[in-house]
Design a protein around this ligand. Structure first.
Ligand code: XBP
Ligand code: MG
Length: 252
């Protein structure tokens, strides 16, 4: 079956959003609410095991803050905190300080020009996706993506395959017609769970993750003047990921 579509994770894959984006946005929300919660870089790495911001905050309280006296409306507090966090995060995006990872824009443009269909499958909140696309990829780039599957649209977040299954159904595609792009173990468990061939680009938080089942694990997508390196699997491309090299990976 020919390659018809590319499905992209967002956080860690399109852009390095977690350490200097989501993390400080959570901390700003905690301060706003007068909480003494503070997520430093190593702690946030541990918390990333739980996908979804609301789920992550609940996990933090249960695991790291047994001293916290949960109010009876704890779920509402978490929802309000998450709204504040999203406000802080999208304000950061609007400043345009969260760049796309190497090769992302180049590859998306190449795929688009060749009529390859594009989609997003992510755990993060929908407005975070559009904010990142519009401010970091370019105005109007949200329209490049036929489907943006995000956030609470499916109740079971990654590593459940549901978000990918939802996107495939919406596009009327079989997994064999697509490639997925991920950066994390929870991400590849979701994409492989939906039977998608998956290309991994690692980042500082995910380099030691278990990427069993990946078609290839790369440092990044690379650029002509800054080639990607293969972490595992063979990569016979030009040194950077092109549509032609993706088609070869898809056939293999
Ligand atoms: C991303 C997530 C999200 C973000 C924060 O995972 O797990 O929770 O960290 O965004 P993936 P929200 O890259 O696998 O999609 O606070 O909006 O959830
Ligand atoms: Mg990710």
């Amino acid at each position: 079956m020919p390659l018809e579509a590319l499905l992209f994770d967002v956080d860690g894959t399109l852009a390095d959003t977690e350490r200097d984006g989501h993390r400080p946005a959570f901390n700003a929300a905690f301060r706003e609410f007068g909480l003494d919660w503070d997520w430093d870089v190593p702690l946030y790495g541990k918390l990333l095991a739980i996908t979804g911001g609301k789920e992550r905050m609940k996990h933090y309280v249960d695991t790291f803050r047994p001293d916290f006296d949960k109010p009876s409306d704890f779920n509402d507090l978490v929802a309000e905190l998450h709204k504040a966090k999203t406000r802080h995060y999208t304000a950061m995006l609007a400043e345009g300080n969260v760049p796309m990872r190497p090769g992302v824009k180049r590859l998306l443009k190449e795929a688009r020009a060749a009529g390859i269909r594009l989609a997003v499958a992510t755990t993060t909140t929908p407005e975070n996706v559009t904010g990142l696309l519009e401010h970091s990829l370019g105005k109007g780039s949200t329209e490049w993506f036929e489907v943006i599957a995000a956030g609470d649209i499916v109740p079971a977040k990654k590593p459940a395959p549901d978000i990918y299954v939802w996107a495939l159904e919406k596009m009327g595609l079989k997994p064999e017609q697509c490639l997925a792009f991920e950066d994390s173990e929870n991400g590849i468990r979701a994409s492989r769970g939906a039977s998608l061939k998956t290309l991994i680009t690692i980042n500082d938080y995910t380099r030691d993750h278990d990427f069993s089942g990946a078609a290839v694990v790369l440092s990044d997508l690379g650029e002509p003047d800054a080639p990607a390196t293969a972490i595992s699997g063979t990569w016979e491309g030009l040194g950077y990921v092109t549509l032609e090299s993706l088609k070869a990976l898809h056939r293999s």
